[in-house]
Design a protein around this ligand. Structure first.
Ligand code: AMP
Ligand code: MG
Length: 341
């Protein structure tokens, strides 16, 4: 299969969105830009089309997809929001949608089981990227879209990264430029709670726990160790093709004789203890501009791809501070390093 790339720039984006909607309407799959990472989209109400997403990604069917709406008014097509959380759901949507936040809610019968891996809940969001919203609007139905990478691998934050993951496996990529948030959406569940609503973070992301506190008590979801394969709890994920090593402190890194190491550095600063520790074969800096977490998040997957190359035997990653969006970066680093022991 030939993979076509349509540029959705200022002049062409409406036409590109129409092309994408046409392909989706015919039961095809299309890679589309969002503000977090590129998604691989299918018509969420077409089970056969959704099956193609799993196939192209080689994604196991026990890992459910996120459903993207074009506007809030479409929510009741995919989710039945329980009365007791309706108000807080509306408040959270008003604050964060369109944006990088996904809510897990009870699903409607219209959502095929393949989208939710047979779960009775569906993960929903509205992206800030105008192109994906326009595509969903043109199609007239929500999109089911997980990240546009092969399963377990590094998420793509540009059309060229999608090409390197899925060229020859999908017919069309809509190139809407580099992703502005750079990390996958924050995923939450919401319950009534005793005094205030209880918000559980299933996956940390660009919307932080600090921001969510305004709406309820925020807790990190516990993993069910008895069911390691349960949706959303996969330990190893976002993995480069070579091992990624994460240490408590720089002194813990002991290079193996003859091996070539790359450093994924937070801000390239000597004071952080890694840069001068070793003759690195390559150094990639997450935040070279201002040494801040937001920049590190935007460049994270790009930088991870840049050090994931043949000449290197392993990547050493500097930890970042576990606050704000740093929590989401640390989550991705831990999972990327959990792959091989
Ligand atoms: P991706 O867009 O590739 O990051 O994948 C979507 C992720 O959303 C999955 O890996 C799950 O972690 C999560 N997810 C989707 N649907 C549900 C659900 N119903 N319950 C819990 N997590 C979900
Ligand atoms: Mg993914």
């Amino acid at each position: 299969m030939q993979t076509r790339v349509e540029i959705a720039d200022f002049e062409n984006w409406r036409r590109a969105a129409k092309e994408a909607a046409k392909e989706l309407d015919a039961g095809g799959i299309v890679a589309v830009p969002t503000e977090t990472v590129y998604g691989l989209a299918a018509d969420a109400f077409n089970a056969e089309a959704v099956a193609k997403v799993f196939e192209a990604k080689e994604r196991p069917t026990f890992d459910p997809l996120i459903v993207h709406l074009s506007r809030f008014g479409e929510l009741d097509r995919v989710a039945e929001v329980p009365e007791e959380i309706a108000e807080v759901v509306r408040e959270i949507a008003t604050k964060f949608w369109p944006g990088p936040l996904t809510m897990v809610l009870p699903k409607t019968a219209a959502v095929p089981d393949i989208v939710t891996s047979g779960l009775s809940t569906v993960a929903v969001r509205i992206s800030k990227h105008e192109v994906i919203r326009t595509i969903a609007k043109e199609l007239g139905r929500p999109l089911a879209a997980p990240s546009a990478n092969r399963f377990g691998r590094v998420s793509p934050t540009s059309a060229s990264a999608v090409l390197s993951e899925l060229e020859g496996r999908i017919p069309l990529i809509i190139d809407g430029g580099a992703c502005s948030a750079g990390l996958e959406s924050t995923i939450i569940t919401i319950e009534q709670g005793e005094k205030r609503p209880l918000i559980r973070i299933l996956r940390p992301g660009p919307v932080t726990k600090e921001e969510l506190r305004e709406f309820g008590r925020v807790v990190k979801a516990k993993r069910d160790r008895s069911q390691p394969e349960a949706p959303g709890t996969l330990d190893s994920h976002y993995a480069p093709s070579i091992p990624l090593l994460l240490f408590e402190k720089p002194e813990d890194f002991v290079p193996e004789e003859g091996k070539k190491y790359a450093l994924l550095s937070y801000r390239g600063a000597t004071r952080d203890g890694y840069v001068d520790r070793h003759e690195w074969a390559k150094i990639e800096i997450l935040s070279p501009g201002n040494g801040k977490l937001a920049e590190a998040a935007v460049r994270f997957f790009y930088a991870l791809r840049a050090v994931d190359i043949e000449e290197i035997d392993a990547i050493v990653a500097e930890p970042v501070s576990d606050v704000g969006i740093g929590t989401a970066i640390m989550d991705r680093l831990r999972r990327a390093s959990a792959v091989r022991s």
